[in-house]
Each structure stands twice: as structure tokens, then as C-alpha cells.
Write a protein that binds this ligand. Structure first.
Ligand SMILES: Cc1ncc(COP(=O)(O)O)c(C=O)c1O
Length: 408
């Protein structure tokens, strides 16, 4: 696994790792679920954009046009990444900000007696903005529960949760703690049958496999570039026609066009050049992938998912072989993320010990507030999270397992 992944000859993890300057520090970066490293191509694209001279958009001079071109190119890149329409790609500082913004715009259309459905599997960024907007609008909130023994989000419960008056179903495409990938398409079909919109948190799903927002049935899909080798930028993807129906608060002189009217203030133009470079990077993960950028993204992300899941199997096997380790979540469809505790040590102590062994992992609730509460982990500091990404290799997994073995 240090070299190419056996199942995809064009997927050479050693070559992929060589594209990340920061890996030279020798750490095992298993903290990717909280933010990945960036490859040299992304660093260079951001630097080149600054060097070229950028102006604010909308001016008559070349530096202004360069910024406009960067924004348009980044919309095309994100659309290729998730199968969306470039005209419906909205950029913002991060997913949380975009979701608050969209919850305010959507809540303007809600009336007393309406219902929104959220899930306890989700990161709080796809829960609290809806709960708070619902409170203000006098709208009922219904909760989809996680089956704790398996970590699944059973679809059947949505038959009860969704009904007349349901306006929105917010659900994650993958848990950022236990990795569960719910059957979003089946949930969306139930939501659409009732006339509700579906808001999908794709922050954890996007880096871990191919995404098709149409197949998912996502009316809105949100993702964060810093989770897939890009800069700290969030993106929301929807159909332009749907965005046309919504009217967010905005400044009087700012653009009233879609998608620009959802973007507040001046954008991070140079970072947006990094977003495009990050999508190119992902499209090139499988060197044998052919065709359009969208086709290469799909092939490369499928190869990277196979690579990550092979490593996850190894990691889980090692963890489950340790009597002192408890792992959480057993969903058969999952992203390559492990969540676990070690008896006799707090999650913080485990993370500190692993850091001393050169292994980066997260400890805590990872903002999966409802999930960690349901699992009974809130009083004890949550758990340890080890996330595999496209540049992880077998040595990262081995170092984590050896580090745990050496925990006194
Ligand atoms: C699943 C998931 N959703 C939402 C977020 C929030 O993303 P952002 O930091 O872009 O606001 C995160 C961040 O960790 C996440 O993992």
C-alpha cells in the first residue's frame, strides 16, 4: 500500500504523497477529517493568482477580469466535482456560514405549522442553523435517530417524520465521526414526495468518494474545499432555478443575480484559484483516468475510495484486535473514518500520546454534538477520530496501531 493500490494500477499513493510538501515533516496526518493538507499545485495556483495582480470583480481593467475568470472557473470546477450546475455554485467562507445564510433565506418561506427534519447523525452545522431558524419561524423540528449499535440512520423512520407541511429535510451524506453514509437518495425520495426540499451536508462525503448531487436527490449540497486538499472555502451547490426562488438578505447595491446574490462581500479570489487546482488534483489521483474533468474526477474518487477503504479495513482490524479499544459505528456503507476510545485513557490523553508518536488524530465531539450525546460520550470527552484520506498510506495506519500498543 506504500506504492500503488492493488485494485487500481493508476493510483500510486507514493506519487500522490510526493505532491504534498507538508508531509516532509514526517507526521502521520490522520486528522484529515478536520482539514486536509494542500498539494504544491494548490499552493502554486494561489500564489500565481496573487502574482498575476487581482482586482475586485466588475471593473473594466484586466486585473478585475482575471478575478472574474477565477470565480467562473472555480464554479465550473466544483460543478465537475459533485455533478452540479456551475450557475448554481455559491461560494462562502465555510459550510457553517453558508448553511446559516441559506437557513435564513429558506426560513423566510416557512409558515407556522411547517416542519423541518434534522438528524442526530449530523455535524451540528447541519442541525443548529435549522433548529434556530425553525424556532424563530415557529416551525416544528423533528429528529431522525441513529441506531446506536450499528451507527445507521434508518430510512424507514422518515416515513413517520416526513408528512404534509414538511418543508426541509437536512441530512448528512457521511458522518464526520463514525463515517456512516446514510441512504440519502431514499430519504430524498420521501422528502420530495411530500414536497420538501433536501439539504445535504456533503462536507465529509465529498473527499471520500464520487459524488453525484442529482443521484443523491440533493436540492442543496454543501462542501468545504479544505476537506479535499483545497483552501478554506465553502461551496453550496443547487439548481439555479431553485436559487432564483430564494431571496437572502443582501446589500442594496450588490448583485441580485444568481448565484452572486448569495455571496456576501468580496470573495477570496486567490483562494478560489486554489479551489480549481484542488479539483484538478483530485481528477488526477488515478493517473489512468481518461476523458472530461468530470469523468476523471469520478474515476479518481472511486479509486481513492477503494484505497481508503482498504486502509480502513486494516485500521479497524487492528483496533478491534485490541481488548482495550471500543470502536463506534459499524455501518456497511461508510467513509474511511474511525471513532474509538481506549479504556483507562481519556480521548485527550490518547491524542497526546499519539502526537508524541508522530501521529495526528482528533479527540472530542468533532461538533457531532447530538451523536456524541446519544452515544453517551459527552461527559467523558468524546472519542478519538482517525481519518484516512487519499494521501494516507499503510505506514500511517501501522504507526497509529503501534502508538496505541505502546500506550502505557
Ligand atoms: C460533516 C461536517 N459538516 C460540516 C462541517 C463544518 O464545515 P465548515 O468548517 O466548512 O463550516 C464539518 C467540519 O468539520 C464537517 O465535518
Amino acid at each position: 500500500m506504500q506504492g500503488s493500490s492493488s485494485s487500481t494500477p493508476g493510483y500510486d499513493v507514493a506519487s500522490i504523497r510526493s505532491r504534498f510538501p507538508a508531509l516532509a515533516d514526517g507526521f502521520a496526518y490522520l486528522d484529515g477529517a478536520a482539514g486536509t493538507l494542500v498539494p504544491a499545485s494548490v499552493i502554486e495556483a494561489i500564489t500565481a493568482a496573487h502574482r498575476s495582480g487581482l482586482g475586485n470583480v466588475g471593473g473594466a481593467f484586466p486585473a478585475s477580469r482575471r478575478s472574474g475568470d477565477i470565480v467562473a472557473e472555480a464554479r465550473r470546477a466544483v460543478a465537475d466535482l459533485v455533478g452540479g450546475d456551475p450557475g448554481g455554485v455559491v461560494f462562502g467562507p465555510n459550510m457553517t456560514t453558508l448553511t446559516y445564510r441559506m437557513s435564513q433565506a429558506l426560513a423566510k418561506t416557512w409558515r407556522g405549522g411547517d416542519v423541518v427534519v434534522v438528524s442526530r447523525l449530523d455535524h451540528d452545522a447541519n442541525v443548529r442553523p435549522w433548529v434556530q431558524a425553525a424556532e424563530r419561524a415557529g416551525v416544528e423540528v423533528r429528529w431522525a435517530e441513529v441506531e446506536l449499535a450499528t451507527g445507521e440512520l434508518p430510512v424507514a423512520q422518515y416515513d413517520e417524520l416526513i408528512g404534509e407541511g414538511t418543508r426541509l429535510v437536512a441530512v448528512s451524506a457521511a458522518s464526520n465521526c463514525i463515517g456512516t453514509r446514510p441512504d440519502v437518495a431514499a430519504i430524498a425520495a420521501r422528502a420530495h414526495a411530500a414536497g420538501a426540499l433536501v439539504y445535504v451536508d456533503g462536507v465529509h462525503a465529498t473527499p471520500h468518494g464520487p459524488v453525484d448531487v442529482v443521484a443523491l436527490g440533493a436540492d442543496f449540497y454543501v462542501t468545504s474545499a479544505y476537506k479535499w486538499a483545497g483552501p478554506h472555502i465553502g461551496a453550496l451547490v443547487a439548481s439555479p432555478a431553485l436559487l432564483e426562488e430564494l431571496h437572502p438578505d443582501k446589500l442594496a447595491p450588490s448583485s441580485d443575480l444568481v448565484p452572486g446574490r448569495f455571496e456576501w462581500g468580496t470573495s477570496s479570489f486567490a483562494d478560489l484559484a486554489g479551489v480549481t487546482a484542488a479539483v484538478e488534483h483530485l481528477a488526477n489521483l488515478d493517473a489512468s483516468a481518461q476523458g472530461s474533468r468530470r469523468e476523471r474526477v469520478l474515476a479518481s474518487m472511486a479509486a481513492s475510495e477503494r484505497h481508503e477503504l482498504t486502509l480502513l479495513a486494516e485500521l479497524l482490524e487492528g483496533l478491534e484486535a485490541m481488548a482495550v479499544v471500543t470502536t463506534y459505528g459499524k455501518a456497511p456503507r461508510r467513509a474511511a473514518t474511525a471513532f474509538f476510545n481506549v479504556a483507562g485513557h481519556s480521548p485527550g490523553q490518547v491524542a497526546e500520546h499519539l502526537a508524541a508518536c508522530g501521529v495526528n488524530v482528533w479527540n472530542g465531539d468533532n461538533y457531532a454534538y447530538e451523536l456524541t450525546r446519544a452515544l453517551g460520550l459527552r461527559q467523558t470527552g468524546g472519542a478519538v477520530r482517525a481519518g484516512l484520506v487519499h494521501y494516507s498510506d499503510r505506514s500511517d495506519v501501522q504507526r497509529l496501531l503501534e502508538g496505541l500498543d505502546s500506550l502505557a
